[in-house]
Design a protein around this ligand. Structure first.
Ligand SMILES: Cc1cc2nc3c(=O)[nH]c(=O)nc-3n(C[C@H](O)[C@H](O)[C@H](O)COP(=O)(O)O)c2cc1C
Length: 486
């Protein structure tokens, strides 16, 4: 057993089983053993002793407690190699190769799995009478048929092997001690419960409740302001505290066809749009610095409505396709990409534009989809209550007392992006929306129009108004465009 200092005296923790994580593979080369963990992390054990080699075999199989592993070494090598054993054990822990499993009568209750190279296990002393409760950042989900508990605050996950783990967590929704759980589950060894608490603590899934009923998490001004979903997106969409692949992994290649660069034309009447003379604009347009310095959000419209020609020029200058490049797999380009006036992650350009026209000379009220290749609009819906609600929401969000002339809703063809990118897909889609917004601001300013980004919109309402599938092509951004007051 591991001696642990508890409140000034040395106590014992319940012996957990050590084993390799599922993704650790063992290669034997020459006399050496090379361990890799499915990512880049590798550890070479140079000419390991028979005892160390037997320990590696045990860790890749069912594993063993620290004492059991020690015994393997002593049986094979004698006690003189114990120092080496602890050295290698600490290296394996450092490399986040090892899982810790707590068992009751031979049955696995829960396993602590490191998911980040920053994980450091803490033998936290858990007092049986101190209250803990579940953190508001903890969540359970299925992972390849296993129920796992994770938190964006932590660097490891807890696998819940049987119903008891889940039952403890349910009890922890209210302040609860190890003793409370011991009373509720008298058949389970008390120290097993305490060890599960140690694991929960390491997962950052539980917080200590003080005598006044407070938890530190709620008195930390930084954490207090994080919402669960925001912190989870932040932690999982950036590299760091998880071991999921990040970036262009093409995990659906050869399983699902990638979406083409241009969305198939939607049903509805086609409206040809005006194309400005870009070469002339390059020479005669207002200076760049004038535009950047003049750019601002405008929340009032002019007396005269926008015109269809202005909308044509605006879309052409801010969002058209300049060029399409077909996939060239031998050069590492596995799907069609395109070139447009704004930058876009991976040149994927997953964003589509839908214009809800309220007041525009030359365009009837209704909803239109923009085809950035043909530079046309397709009229997909007559004006109706749902479109009015979209306009009302934008009006409220921008503190207007009237409905904006034009609402441009950005959607993302999610799977176009998700086909290639992993972990970061949604985060980059939002970044792409931000870039398009800035480009629209600049073009609108150069054209002396009134632009304003809108921070939120109802994606379900948009799905109903457009008839698009929420999960296939959902709204991710809104922008209003109007004529400018003279
Ligand atoms: C992502 C984003 C969301 C925004 N959301 C709104 C909004 O919902 N309502 C609004 O009136 N302005 C919104 N704005 C405009 C900002 O309020 C504005 O950019 C900021 O106050 C700076 O002013 P300026 O754009 O005039 O320089 C948003 C801007 C951005 C970039």
């Amino acid at each position: 057993m591991n001696p642990v200092k508890q409140g000034g005296k040395w106590g014992m923790t319940y012996p957990y089983t050590l084993s390799f994580r599922n993704d650790v593979s063992v290669h034997r080369k020459g006399g050496d053993i090379i361990l890799t963990n499915g990512r880049i992390s590798a550890l070479r054990l140079k000419e390991p002793s028979p005892g160390l080699s037997a320990i590696v075999d045990s860790l890749s199989d069912k594993g063993g407690t620290e004492d059991a592993l020690c015994n393997i070494l002593i049986n094979e090598d004698g006690a003189s190699n114990l120092g080496k054993f602890y050295y290698h054990l600490s290296k394996l822990m450092e490399k986040d190769f090892l899982c810790r499993t707590v068992k009751h009568e031979g049955q696995c209750i829960s396993t602590l799995e490191p998911i980040s190279k920053y994980f450091q296990f803490k033998e936290q002393h858990i007092d049986s009478n101190v209250k803990y409760r579940i953190s508001r950042f903890a969540y359970c989900h299925d992972e390849n048929g296993r129920m796992v508990l994770e938190s964006p605050l932590g660097h490891c996950r807890l696998v819940l092997h049987d119903w008891r783990g889940a039952a403890y967590i349910n009890m922890l929704s209210q302040p609860c001690t190890v003793r409370d759980i011991n009373i509720a589950f008298p058949d389970v060894n008390k120290e097993v419960v305490r060890q599960v608490f140690v694991f929960l603590f390491n997962t950052h899934a539980i917080c200590e409740v003080d005598e006044d009923g407070n938890v530190a998490e709620e008195h930390n001004n930084a954490l207090l302001q994080w919402e669960f979903h925001d912190l989870l997106l932040h932690a999982r969409s950036r590299a760091g505290r998880h071991s999921n692949p990040v970036g262009g992994t093409y995990r659906f290649m050869k399983k699902i066809d990638p979406l083409p660069a241009v969305k198939t034309k939607m049903n509805g009447e086609t409206v040809e749009l005006y194309k400005p003379d870009i070469e002339k604009l390059k020479k005669d347009d207002v200076p760049f610095t004038f535009v950047v310095e003049k750019r601002c959000s405008v929340r009032e419209n002019g007396e005269d409505p926008l015109t269809a020609e202005q909308i044509g020029e605006f879309l052409y200058r801010s969002a058209r396709i300049r060029k399409i490049m077909d996939a060239v797999p031998e050069k590492g380009l596995y799907s069609q990409v395109s070139n447009r006036p704004y930058a876009g992650g991976g040149a994927i350009y997953e964003l589509e534009l839908y214009l809800t026209i309220n007041r525009c000379k030359g365009l009837e009220k209704g909803m239109y989809h923009y085809d950035p290749k043909e530079h046309t609009l397709t009229r997909i819906s007559d004006y109706n209550d749902k479109l009015e609600k979209l306009l009302k929401d934008a009006s409220r969000a921008s503190a207007r007392d009237y409905l904006p002339d034009t609402l441009i809703t950005y959607t993302a063809r999610f799977q176009r992006f998700m086909w290639k990118y992993q972990s970061m897909a949604y985060a980059v889609i939002l970044k792409d929306a931000g870039l398009l917004m800035q480009n629209m601001y600049l073009v609108a300013t150069a054209m002396n129009l009134a632009p304003c980004a809108i921070g939120n919109g109802d994606s379900d309402l948009f799905a109903e108004a457009s008839g698009l599938d929420y999960y296939v092509e959902g709204s991710v951004g809104e922008f209003t465009l109007e004529s400018k007051k003279k």
